[in-house]
Ligand binder design. Structure first.
Ligand code: SF4
Length: 337
């Protein structure tokens, strides 16, 4: 775990009677203008709401099928040349829309030495894997020494491209220290993929953290979740993607929100996502335009909505999966959510 200086910046609390624990860094809470999740797009991302108790029959704590594709402890192999490793379950902020709530904040702790050896043994039998995604939880909640040792051990197995999937530069940018960046810079090739949802998250502290990562030789991209009442407006997304590109961060994916348990209040209709992309395409350079994508239910995999959508039916969107099968994503009416 990261050292005490950073831990003191984290406001953690006992489990709420919802399925995701509560926790937020003082820094991120300080970006909110008020603590009312219905009135502020930052507060809405970390303050639990009663709506989380509204659980739909098609929702799942593991909506993208992590467990189905787990091939060794914490190792998920869903896509041919990539594998995802859940290195720890801690986050500096527990996002109320988190799709990995079956694992995140469930006190699994950091990967153990024995688990890592099982992972390496499995990877040694997977020569098709060329890229390892470090995720969790948030991998930058590990101490530098733990993180570097983990990457070094993985690189003993294969010359992997490392992808660090993190929200830390957004929610605790002070954690992106010079020693962290220097250490990561000695372990290239590596990408840092950020989770960033709102222009108000792009503070000067965030920009400085990005500059440190870029200065160390990292490539930096971003993912955004389309969230009702938080960023589902053209002006908000335009400002977000435009500013990210100017900071040197490549907007990579805009995700349709997953069918995670108790998150219906965050989801938007797919028609709205398509309309937003249509408008953004006319306003933004291709360098600032992410792909609008959805993780299909039942572990069907990630697809670009615009090319995978086959038809819209009364109660569902029908999309073509990577395996050629048809998958249904529910069409929720506004009154439901
Ligand atoms: S930082 Fe990522 S893993 Fe952690 S709660 Fe947020 S979305 Fe989930």
């Amino acid at each position: 775990m990261i050292n005490n200086a950073f831990n003191e910046d984290l406001l953690h609390a006992v489990h709420e009677p919802t399925q995701l624990r509560f926790g937020v860094s003082r820094y991120y809470a300080g970006l909110a203008t008020c603590a009312d999740p219905t009135a502020d797009p930052i507060a809405a991302q970390y303050v639990p709401q009663a709506a989380e108790r509204d659980v739909r029959s098609y929702e799942d704590p593991d909506p993208i099928g992590d467990m189905r594709y787990t091939v060794a402890p914490r190792l998920i192999h869903h896509y041919h040349d990539r594998a995802l490793l859940l290195v720890n379950d801690n986050c500096a902020v527990y996002c109320r829309h988190c799709f990995r709530r079956h694992f995140t904040g469930q006190r699994a702790g950091s990967i153990t030495a024995a688990e890592l050896e099982q992972v390496c043994s499995r990877l040694a039998r997977m020569p098709q894997v060329r890229e390892i995604l470090l995720s969790g939880g948030d991998p930058l909640m590990l101490a530098d020494t733990e993180l570097f040792a983990l990457i070094d051990r993985l690189r003993e197995v294969g010359d992997y491209l490392i992808r660090v999937c993190t929200r830390i530069p957004v929610v605790l940018p002070q954690r992106v220290t010079d020693p962290l960046c220097t250490g990561l810079g000695r372990r290239l090739p590596a990408w840092v993929v950020l989770h960033v949802n709102h222009p108000r998250e792009l503070t000067e502290a965030f920009a400085a953290a990005v500059r440190r990562l870029l200065g160390a030789g990292m490539a930096v991209a971003s993912q955004t979740v389309l969230l009702r009442g938080i960023n589902n407006r053209t002006s908000t997304l335009e400002a977000l993607f435009s500013r990210l590109a100017r900071l040197g961060v490549r907007p990579y994916y805009l995700f349709q929100a997953d069918l995670a348990t108790g998150t219906a209040h965050f989801r938007t209709p797919i028609e709205q996502g398509l309309n937003l992309m249509h408008t953004l395409r006319a306003r933004l350079s291709e360098l600032a335009l992410p792909v609008y994508a959805v993780d299909l239910p039942d572990g069907g995999g990630k697809v670009p909505v615009e090319s995978a959508l086959l038809r819209t039916e009364e109660d569902s969107y029908v999309l073509r999966g990577p395996d050629g099968r048809e998958y249904r994503y529910p069409r929720e009416t506004l009154s439901e959510v």
